[in-house]
Write a protein that binds this ligand. Structure first.
Ligand SMILES: Nc1ncnc2c1ncn2[C@@H]1O[C@H](COP(=O)(O)OP(=O)(O)OP(=O)(O)O)[C@@H](O)[C@H]1O
Ligand SMILES: [Mg+2]
Ligand SMILES: [Zn+2]
Length: 328
């Protein structure tokens, strides 16, 4: 028996249990005659108000079905796998829209314009134009940057930093972690409910430790993916489509993600998740399995039903793997 205190060690022997009870659909979205790419006139009913996993081998037609027949409908928020665009000037606060409510409370508390509290706008240090760094010409091509001497890398005009909220200036807020900011904006003298909602979602995807002002260019791949998720699940919608959101995540992170998805579904939303991850399938309320093979040999629905029924039937490749994984 190995012993390990590390998260990886703890999850190495992890087996997902199927949920004893699954949620019941509140309605159905009827797809008829879907034939995008390799799909063979697929008829399928997608349950609403539950967590749906779309499964099947690579190339079986999962993305074709969901992007071709679900995404783009009104009320559908689609989170694809494309990497987020980032620059030295974008950070978790700008990317998630968190900076907006923060600027507003700052402006209100000080009786000045919100634009002052943005390093991309009026409040920017004129020397570095808000980026906090200078690229000496000689090193421009290599992209070597040195901190701006005028604003000491903060990106703001000195005058802007005189304005305070709850005893802190805007630059100090940007060095807070998500968790610290959550505590700060809960206090009565610096309360910002809209900011708190966004901060909670960031904590939900496991980014509580990330600094609000950390340049997106310096985030890890998994951190960027989760940031994207946190930003998009905040968009108003009824159906959320996620295409392989667990790519690059540790099993510990997957569990956290499942918690976030559960909260979405419990707030009356439908979540459709295209996934290869067995822990996600085991956690779903409903599975739509495509196959049996890839390309030509795929494009059909080979199973729809609960994970327990999929495992009991063992009639598809996914069913067999899920049975082995859950040890049933
Ligand atoms: N734009 C396209 N033009 C032609 N064929 C395509 C196009 N997009 C996908 N296909 C083909 O359709 C089949 C299904 O692709 P799809 O992307 O739906 O698979 P998938 O189940 O989502 O796979 P993966 O798990 O790898 O994402 C594949 O054989 C793929 O090569
Ligand atoms: Mg796909
Ligand atoms: Zn500067």
């Amino acid at each position: 028996m190995h012993q390990s205190g590390s998260l990886t060690g703890r999850f190495l022997n992890y087996r997902a249990a199927l949920k004893p009870v699954v949620r019941r659909p509140k309605g159905w979205l009827e797809i008829r005659g879907a034939n995008t790419n390799n799909l063979k006139d697929v008829d399928v009913d997608i349950p609403l108000g539950v967590l749906v996993a779309v499964t099947g081998v690579a190339g079986s037609g999962k993305s074709s079905l969901i992007h071709g027949s679900v995404a783009g409908r009104p009320g559908v928020v689609t989170i694809d796998q494309s990497p987020i665009r980032c620059s030295r000037r974008s950070n978790p606060a700008t990317y998630t829209g968190l900076l907006e409510p923060i600027r507003k409370v700052f402006a209100k508390a000080n009786g000045v314009k919100p634009a002052l509290f943005s390093a991309n706008s009026e409040g920017a240090c004129p020397t570095c134009k808000g980026s906090g760094v200078i690229y000496p010409e000689l090193f421009m091509i290599a992209g070597v940057a040195t901190p701006c001497e005028d604003c000491l890398g903060k990106g703001f005009q000195p005058a802007v930093l005189e304005y305070k909220l709850g005893g802190r200036n805007i630059s100090e807020i940007m060095t807070m972690s998500v968790d610290e900011a959550g505590e700060f904006f809960s206090r009565s003298e610096s309360r910002a409910p809209t900011a708190l909602t966004i901060l909670e979602r960031l904590a939900d995807v496991g980014l509580g430790y990330i600094k609000l002002g950390q340049p997106l260019t310096t985030l890890s791949g998994g951190e960027r993916q989760r940031l994207k998720l946190a930003a998009h699940v905040g968009e108003p919608g009824d159906i959320y489509v996620l295409d392989e959101p667990t790519t690059g995540l540790h099993l510990a992170d997957v569990e956290q993600l499942l918690g976030l998805l559960d909260r979405l579904v419990d707030s009356d939303k439908t979540v459709i998740i295209i996934e290869h991850h067995l822990a996600v399938m085991a956690h779903a309320d409903w599975i739509i399995d495509l196959g049996p093979g890839a390309g030509h040999d795929g494009g059909r629905v080979v199973f729809t039903g609960t994970p327990a029924d999929l495992v009991a039937a063992r009639s598809t490749l996914t069913g067999k793997y899920l049975a082995a994984y859950t040890g049933i």
